[in-house]
Design a protein around this ligand. Structure first.
Ligand code: ADP
Ligand code: MG
Length: 478
């Protein structure tokens, strides 16, 4: 059920919308418009250009979709183009427009890579009114003469800040140049960095901006926590989160590399978790199958790269895990925004290694967020063993020089000096002097820094040694 707080008191029926749209909307069970819809739809219907910013999961698709459908006629001419950063999002937006138009009879097709070029060309040549696609294939189809950018009057960029960043901006400029008859332009996203708004001003003038004051990004009510954990034990912590999942939970696990997505999928299946991976190097038909099975709920756990960070709307997603902390700060907002949609509740866990602390601070400061530290959830009742065993993680206890402080139960009172203790370690454990860092002697104990590559072996060996007739106790300081 949707939370009423996500909706305004304005009813769709209070607008004189195209009857086919109104019928479709009421069939779907929608009654009230969301905040962004309340503000952006009337502006867009009046023909204005709109730059719309609103939180993740607040109904931006319909905010540009409804006016686009309304202003498009079923006459066989291509009139509107919607560009998204990923194929999965293009498909989702096209699906939403398809049901929103009801029986209006517009041809709405997707144009993205990894699909049959000839089939796509044929569909375009047969005459369609709205194209939803990704930049690469749109340009390709235009160059081949199947997609006539010249006739299009409406352009929407979904996830507009992504479409206008360095990666996509040249493609978008290419498309813009060919759209000689562009009359209306709409840009939508949850995040709009200042420089993106400046870039937008180069090709739209006089747009109405529907956004929060001072670009403050509004984040849905999602419980956000971070777990301080090194690489070696991320899988253990993930295991804890996974064993705590309920039957009606769905989870997205984000990693920064395609390789890690594959690896994680493999590892999780070894630990008997049913999870599927999704990234941009997979064949398109497989990508399609996987996102469909996640959307229909038959798959509960999706491991993915940022290919699924933006726009993907699966209302069952209750938990997001940043297995790797995202590299750019926008990505954090979009990733966690896969949960908590339309006022629903959500939980977001971020795994933060000692190396990532600075990035976490930057994310929290940029969006004015509190992301408190937490232990991983405890094992649920009735489960007495971790699905993944915890390991000793030397990297996490080492300092910046890779040194791990080892506390030893020998000090001045036992006759230890800096020199004798260093020698004793290097002789007994056959250690290179470079593997020993600072040594500090106290009365009845000392601390010796050992390089993380050696510390495991040293602790093992030295625990059985005797110092001047006394047995020795070694301990890693955390
Ligand atoms: P955004 O693009 O802002 O992240 P979406 O357009 O994906 O959000 O919409 C989020 C969810 O809310 C979708 O499942 C969508 O169908 C639904 N939705 C949008 N507008 C309404 C509304 N007025 N009433 C009920 N549900 C809505
Ligand atoms: Mg969206």
């Amino acid at each position: 059920m949707t939370n009423q707080t996500a909706l305004t008191k304005v009813k769709f029926s209070s607008w004189d919308l195209d009857p086919s749209i109104l019928t479709a909307i009421s069939k779907k069970g929608w009654e009230y418009v969301t905040q962004i819809q309340a503000e952006a739809i009337p502006l867009a219907r009046s023909g204005r250009d709109v730059v719309g910013q609103a939180r993740t999961g607040s109904g931006k698709t319909a905010a540009f979709g409804i006016p686009t459908i309304e202003s498009t006629e079923a006459n066989g001419n291509l009139q509107a183009l919607i560009i998204t950063p990923t194929r999965e999002l293009a498909q989702q937006v096209a699906d939403e427009l398809q049901w929103l138009q009801g029986d209006k009879g517009l041809g709405i097709i997707t144009v993205y890579g990894g699909t049959d070029v000839d089939k796509q060309a044929k569909k375009l040549n047969d005459g369609v009114e709205i194209v939803v696609g990704t930049p690469g294939r749109i340009i390709d189809m235009s160059k081949r003469g199947h997609l006539k950018l010249q006739t299009i009057s409406t352009l929407c960029l979904d996830e507009a800040d992504r479409m206008l960043d360095m990666g996509f901006f040249p493609d978008i400029l290419w498309v813009l140049e060919k759209m000689e008859n562009r009359k209306q332009t709409m840009l939508f996203s949850a995040t709009f960095p200042e420089e993106v708004l400046e870039a937008a001003n180069t090709f739209i003038t006089d747009a109405e901006h529907v956004m929060s004051d001072d670009l403050e990004v509004d984040i849905p009510e999602i419980d956000q926590m971070h777990i301080s954990i090194g690489r070696a034990n991320k899988l253990w912590a993930l295991g804890r989160i996974l064993v705590n999942m309920d039957d009606d939970d769905q989870m997205m696990i984000f990693s920064n590399t395609k390789r890690m997505v594959d690896l994680l999928a493999q590892r999780l299946s070894k630990f008997r978790f049913n999870a599927v991976g999704l990234h941009g190097d997979m064949p398109q038909n497989k990508r399609g199958r996987i996102i469909d099975s996640f959307k229909d709920g038959s798959e509960k756990i999706l491991i993915c790269t940022d290919v699924a960070a933006r726009g993907i709307d699966v209302d069952g997603v209750t938990i997001v895990v940043n297995y790797d902390l995202p590299i750019d700060v926008e990505s954090y907002v979009h990733r966690i925004g896969r949960t908590g949609r339309m006022g629903r509740k959500g939980t977001a866990w971020s795994f933060v290694s000692s190396e990532d602390k600075g990035q976490l601070k930057k994310i929290a400061a940029t969006w004015n967020l509190n992301i408190p530290e937490s232990e991983p959830p405890a094992l649920p009742k009735g489960v007495d063993r971790d699905p993944v065993r915890k390991q000793q993680d030397w990297e996490e206890v080492a300092n910046n020089f890779g040194m791990v402080p080892v506390k030893i139960s020998i000090g001045r009172d036992q006759g230890a000096t800096n020199h004798t203790l260093t020698n004793w370690f290097s002789n007994e454990a056959k250690l290179d002097q470079l593997a020993i860092g600072e040594v500090s002697i106290q009365d009845d104990s000392s601390e010796v820094e050992i390089h993380l590559d050696k510390v495991e072996a040293v602790v093992k060996v030295m625990a059985n040694r005797v110092w001047n007739g006394d047995s020795v106790n070694l301990e890693i300081r955390r």
